[in-house]
Design a protein around this ligand. Sequence first.
Ligand code: MF3
Ligand code: CO
Length: 247
Amino acid sequence: MIPVRNDKEIAKMRAAGKALIEVFRTVDPLVAPGITTLELNAEIEKKILSLGATAPCKGYHGYPAAACISVDDVVVHGIPSLKVLAEGEIVSVDIVLKLDGYHADATRTYAVGKISPEKQRLIDVTRRCFYNGIAKIRAGARLGDAQHAIQMTAELAGYGVVRAMTGHGIGTQMHEDPTIENYGRPGTGPLLRSGMCLAVEPMIAMGDWDVRIDRDGWTCRTADGLPAAHYENTVLVTDGGCEILTE
Ligand code: MF3
Ligand code: CO
């Protein structure tokens, strides 16, 4: 069952989204060659707590950090470490926060210094996947409409849609119904209703979509070692479309 939020709950989702925007405002200038992903995570956690929010990823099924920080071939769930970001890499910063009982979830993939045109195109297309996907979201649409638009955008650009990881509903829990695959057929899947909250998050690989999980049980990498990008926002379904709560 996909929860439909009332006005009071939507106000809380908006407040959580605003807080997460604030967190990314502090992340943006920090991403540069020389910083470790652990240092970046510490700044993120500090900012989340300073806003009166909490970082629900920390401790989630034993996950050890506030944020997921995924470099180059790491698609998602990169664990912050002593790894130093280097010029030419791309890094996805995935942050969830909980404020007053409600969650917001967003991801940005950043260029570390100067990157290749190939990597920049991957970042740009992944972002376009998100926008083309949410352009299909409105009350009365089917989730498959959005999923299909994401898939078409990625595959027409020659990229792979990661299958093993998905977006999700979000609200009082970090992960709620529905599961949002980044591929699908128009006219299929759950009917969207005004007041539903969704974390839409295309994870797009430069090469093949197959992934492997490291021995740490979290780090998810492309099997072929090519880079991947990730773009995510929490959105609210409305009658005429949707409202992005995290940008
Ligand atoms: N932001 C991730 C998601 O969309 C959650 C990361 S898993 C965690 O599902 F363990 F880090 F919380
Ligand atoms: Co998410």
